[in-house]
Design a protein around this ligand. Sequence first.
Ligand SMILES: Cc1ncc(COP(=O)(O)O)c(C=O)c1O
Length: 495
Amino acid sequence: MGRLLTVFCARPVLDDRAHGRSRCQAPLPVVEVTSRHTPADAEVDGALEGPLPRSGVGADGVMDELTRLLIPNGSRFSDTGFWGFITAGPTTMPTVAGTAAAIASPQRYSITAFNRVEELSLEWLAELCQLSPRMKGVYVSGGSVANLVALGAARQWAFESAGLDPADSGLDGRPVAIYASSQVHHTVQRAAAVLGLGRQAVVEVATDTRQRLDPTGLAAALRDGDRAGRLPLAVVATVGTTNTGAIDPLRDAGELARAHGAWFHVDGAYGLVGILDERVSAAYDGLELADSVIVDPHKWLGAPVGVAATFVRDRSILHRAFAQGPADYLEGSFVRDGDIRSSLDTMGIPYADLALELSSPARGVMVWAILRELGRDGVRARIVADNDLARRVARLAGDHPRLEALTQPQLSVACLRYVGGDGDPDEVNERLLRRLQRESPFLPSATVVGGRFAIRPCFINARTTPEQVDDFVATVVRFGDEDRTAGHGGAVVGT
Ligand SMILES: Cc1ncc(COP(=O)(O)O)c(C=O)c1O
């Protein structure tokens, strides 16, 4: 264990930005590790192929291969300039906490300190995100499953209201509708498919010029759905859309959901914690109308991948939707008379019946570690700093004659593009993105804004600095200028 932590903490990219106050304190030997662009190294290629070994190399051999072959050739997601999608390497404390839990409390059930912080951290997370104290949560593996669980609750509620228990007897084939903006994360469509509602149940509503759900369009879609006899299962609003970080108008969406008898779900996988930035918190007005809310600590809070939470007003609906039902191998193993004396006398809060997993890691300890380490103020400082980075990119791009800012960021996503070339700007910027990813320390991803290809950095990486952001913008300009010199449509210099 000690050795494994040494390896984790020795990775320089696990040093977090100074205001995060989360450097490894222990005097650990420094192993110089930098991620290569691809694991094309001949040594790696040879070593990571071949048949199942007949006899093992032992723990020392595995440690050697981990440190020599795998860790140095890991993903660039932990690089300080990684700003793609909505993901980044985790910070140190939750990584250590998760590793500790894997050993000290490998399952979240049974009465342990880890089980206690599962609930405590959910309460803290709800408070951090300014949810009503009535909202109770459950951890799952990520935003995909968190949305699925929330929409599973919505399905249960909608069909129960219509006199049917879908968890017990299945669906009755009646047409349903889930209303969301065209910018909604596509895990919502997948959840609809998995829940037996069909992807086509998701009705996409147009957005305004800032990529936010248009309430007039939503009202019209709900009216059309009602007229067509579709059961209004849910309205989904997003706080922090994946493409541009837009925040949908929650009050309008929530009130329309209420008026049409639909469940109101808020997908805050990325942006729920953005409420901490007082410059944008007014945009979260109406959050209290939500019947369910999700947030991914493995995004902006810096937890290792595998931690999201679904919050609902009343966890009993999750139980009705997801309980496994009594089983001798479980119930028979715990006390029946309430006389709890040892950790194995009970499973504790039955999280296993509130979502999809029986076996599950204790995830709350990672969130607990983040919130213990930073407190609300430390988290807020990170959120504000990241939003500043996106605004900085937008300002620099807006001020530059050969760049265009495609959005005015609400949160920490910026969308820009080079417009000084002669060719099709979409093609130019696609080439620039490839070059950035292959040749520079900056790793944004892309999106399309209003039909235009955009280079899209999303700042949730606790180790990014404003100087890097300035360098990034300067690099986009340089690559763009070189692309023009090379002759658009021809080979890009260096690729
Ligand atoms: C708004 C939103 N919802 C849901 C998801 C899915 O989350 P995950 O990747 O954790 O499954 C994402 C992922 O980026 C997201 O941005």
